[in-house]
Design a protein around this ligand. Structure first.
Ligand code: TXA
Ligand code: MG
Length: 512
């Protein structure tokens, strides 16, 4: 089947396209369309055969019921047996919008649509294209998310086409959706009403209008042995192809942990994706890094969630590591979807960060123009099991200078070019618990210890690797002496890498 894709201008909706799509629906065909939450796969909800086609196109288990979409509140009473009093207020506040309500169904709704249940889920979407299509298609349009079952829900028409092209009659392309996660599902067949799936309409928002609201316990406790009341919530859903792992903790701690794991996994040869935020993206160094949105505006995180997961699928990464988000407001829905996509694979950032003692290694010489930068560049070339920021600093640097020309020559003789190097003075700001300071000589070490009592671990390079020879300055001396100094640094640096790696070993590979 050739899938027709029609672009629809939201500001000037082409009624002819809507009529065409509506008549496909009336004839029992399938049309994907935008809603404010995610794209839906529309079919006539009152036609059992159309429901079967929906399940087939999505590859969805047929015990997973569909949501019936309506465009007018007065249409609700035609398909349910009873409307609890509170529904009027809830509908006044949240319909049209990202809220689905569950009622007892009447005979008009076939069991094929409700997955054999005697209840029916009903939603009135806010999207203008969706509303026009529902009316053109007969008023009752079942619409699951328009993805292949198990994949992340579609937030653009392209996502729909990627999954369902050739399997459905038509896609209405109304651009990117606004919200990005599926509607909140509220079950009104129980008292108090119960949230079966979190979405943009939060528990707090509902309580303000409807009083007490309960939450399906399977949403709260991962270990619940009960089946979720919304059958669809039991599937490992929304999942990307890669292993997705959520790293929980304070944002700073999580960033460190994810950096640490990504470095390790990339070193082992895996392709790694990182779900970062606008605030953190610059801090990551290894892996394929994508921002999901801004922590200051969590709506953007919801909006981009599925898109980012799909992008990582295209990149064929093996692992995706994601920062976690506070479970408040739309964050509850974001974490619910992320958790399901991850199969609830969650790591505690602090469990990982405590496995790495040093994150920064600073070599210190007198003027940072020869010995220290040579040590730094040589260490950067060692195969290190963990990632370190490797720096060089001088005890006395009054203004930034380039590398000493003799040092530059020396490095060149070893095929090393230090680009854009400038000397810098040691600064208190880079000292601390996670910094290992390695000086060339005892004199620099003593000076640092007396000037910066909180410096953390300070050793001479030789001392740290069990080689008591100091690395003295060769300023103004012969080429041979420069070469000897280089060799000594190289020897020490190789031992340093061995020591760092020995300490890192056995600690890595516990990350996944
Ligand atoms: O935002 C949305 O709700 C989107 C857009 C397209 O409107 N639709 C959507 O549909 O997310 P779907 O099929 O992907 O998810 C429907 C969820 C499933 O978890 C299903 O089990 C649950 O709603 N559901 C449907 N009818 C139900 C019922 N009678 N009782 C309990 N859960 C029900
Ligand atoms: Mg779905």
């Amino acid at each position: 089947m050739e899938t027709i894709i029609k672009k629809i201008d939201r500001n000037n909706i082409d009624q002819e396209s809507i009529e065409q799509a509506g008549s496909i629906l009336k004839q029992g065909g399938l049309v994907a369309f935008p809603t404010e939450t995610v794209y839906g796969l529309g079919a006539n909800a009152l036609d059992e055969e159309a429901a079967k086609k929906t399940y087939a196109a999505k590859g969805r288990p047929s015990d997973n019921p569909l949501i019936v979409h309506i465009a007018r509140l007065e249409d609700l009473k035609e398909i349910v047996t009873e409307i609890p009093e509170i529904v009027q207020d809830i509908a006044d506040h949240f319909w049209p919008g990202p809220l689905t309500m569950i009622f007892y169904k009447n005979d008009k709704v076939p069991l094929g649509t409700t997955g054999g249940l005697d209840t029916v889920a009903v939603r009135m979407p806010d999207d203008e294209i969706a509303r026009k299509l529902i009316l053109a298609g007969g008023g009752y349009i079942s619409a699951p998310s328009a993805n292949t079952s198990g994949r992340p829900s579609p937030t653009t028409a392209q996502h729909v086409a990627d999954d369902l092209s050739g399997k459905i009659e038509m896609i209405l392309d109304g651009g990117s959706v606004d919200i990005g996660v599926e509607s909140t599902i509220l079950d009104l067949t129980v008292n108090p009403p119960m949230i079966l799936r979190p979405g943009a309409i939060t528990k707090e928002m509902l309580e303000e209008v409807a009083g007490e609201i309960s939450v399906d316990e399977t949403l709260i406790s991962e270990n619940s042995t009960k089946a979720p009341k919304a059958p669809g919530m039991k599937y490992r859903h929304y999942a990307p192809k890669a292993d997705l792992i959520i790293v929980e903790g304070e944002p700073d701690e999580s960033i460190k942990a994810i950096k640490q794991i990504a470095y390790e996994q990339v070193r082992l040869g895996y392709k790694v994706g990182i779900i970062a935020t606008n605030e953190s993206i610059d801090q990551y160094t290894t892996g394929m890094i994508k921002s999901i949105g801004s922590r200051e505006n969590e709506k953007t995180v919801a909006r981009n969630l599925y898109k980012v997961l799909r992008e990582f699928d295209e990149e064929e990464v093996s692992y995706i590591y994601s920062e976690a988000f506070p479970e408040a407001g739309i964050g509850t829905a974001v974490m619910n979807r992320l958790g399901k996509a991850a199969g609830h694979h969650v790591l505690q950032a602090s469990d990982i960060t405590r496995l790495q003692k040093y994150r920064r290694i600073v070599f210190v010489s007198n003027s940072d123009n020869c010995r220290a930068p040579i040590a730094a560049v040589l260490l950067r070339r060692q195969p290190l099991l963990q990632e370190y920021q490797i720096l060089s600093r001088g005890m006395i640097v009054l203004f930034p200078e380039p590398l000493n020309p003799r040092a530059e020559e020396l490095l060149k003789a070893h095929d090393i070019v230090l680009e854009r190097f400038e000397t810098s003075a040691l600064d208190e700001k880079i000292l601390g618990e996670d910094t290992l300071v390695l000086t060339m000589q005892e004199s620099q070490k003593q000076k640092i210890l007396s000037e910066y009592p909180d410096a953390g671990d300070v050793y001479t390079l030789g001392e740290y690797v069990g080689n008591m020879q100091e690395i003295a300055s060769v300023y103004g001396q012969t080429e041979e002496q420069y070469e000897e100094m280089y060799k000594l640094i190289q020897e020490n640096v190789v031992k340093l890498a061995e020591r760092l790696n020995k300490e890192a070993k056995n600690k890595c590979q516990t990350y996944t």
